[in-house]
Design a protein. Structure first.
Length: 263
């Protein structure tokens, strides 16, 4: 669903410029218009064309859902479609290929609010047993940090929670996605665990490179690293908001446990 607003298009563009911490001079030079013209657009003294909205959105890296809101505020029809994942054709096939190709390691696809879109079979080792706070739609971060979810199984919970909250704050600043501020407030409201006794670098070599997720499982403790994959140059709102989280073993023991568990 496209974000709707009663604010004028100029005010929305100014907010995105300020969110990106860009000056009028910087943006006007990059978008090839005069600073005076940009100032007139932001104050409502000039009405931008459809092409001008596109140019400014490109320069400010405005998410596609919010671009549609800008087009509507400017008096134009939305440009970007929003289709169900099942209707995305080759893009859906690409998501499935990444998920299945990553086995025996966990991989899952989430939307901008961290609601689960798709997952491979190995992700059951990661998400299995999630309890409270996991009403539908299934929210991965809620399931991970909720006291009745996976939080009791995360061995470095204070370290991982701090990392997750920083990540969501940065995502909110970058996307301004509906529902993300509420999710962040909910996650911050969960009981804060004491600092991990072993400290942020007391677990193993992986901690010197990235923050690992250390998760107790019926197969033993798993140490996992993750990477995030997004689609380049998306034109559909759904595709623009999908991220694929792929997890990798942080040590040889975890790799062996994952192979044995998925076998």
């Amino acid at each position: 669903m496209t974000t709707t607003t009663t604010e004028p298009v100029g005010a929305l563009l100014r907010r995105w410029r300020e969110r990106r911490r860009r000056s009028q001079l910087d943006v006007s030079l990059a978008a090839e218009l005069s600073t005076r013209h940009l100032s007139c657009i932001e104050t409502g003294r000039a009405q931008p064309s459809r092409d001008m909205i596109r140019r400014l959105c490109d320069e400010l890296e405005v998410p596609l859902r919010e671009r549609n809101a800008l087009y509507l505020a400017g008096g134009f029809a939305p440009v970007h479609t929003e289709r169900a994942l099942a209707d995305l054709g080759a893009a859906r096939a690409a998501v499935d290929a990444v998920l299945t190709g990553h086995e025996p390691h966990p991989a899952l696809a989430v939307d901008v609010r961290w609601e689960l879109v798709a997952a491979n079979r190995a992700a059951g080792l990661f998400l299995g047993g999630a309890g409270g706070g996991t009403e539908q739609p299934f929210n991965v971060l809620r399931a991970t940090l909720h006291p009745d979810g996976l939080a009791g199984r995360i061995r470095n919970l204070a370290q991982w929670r701090a990392h997750v909250l920083r990540r969501v704050r940065r995502q909110l600043e970058r996307t301004a996605a509906d529902g993300l501020a509420e999710l962040l407030a909910e996650l911050e409201g969960y009981p804060a665990p004491p600092e991990d006794a072993a400290g942020p670098s007391g677990y193993g070599p992986a901690d010197d490179l990235v923050v690992p997720l250390r998760l107790a499982s019926e197969y033993g403790e798993l140490a996992l690293l993750y990477t995030t994959t997004v689609f380049g140059s998306p034109r559909d709102v759904t595709l623009d908001e999908i991220a694929i989280e792929t997890f990798f073993p942080a040590d040889p023991r975890t790799a062996e446990l994952m192979r044995a568990a998925t076998a």
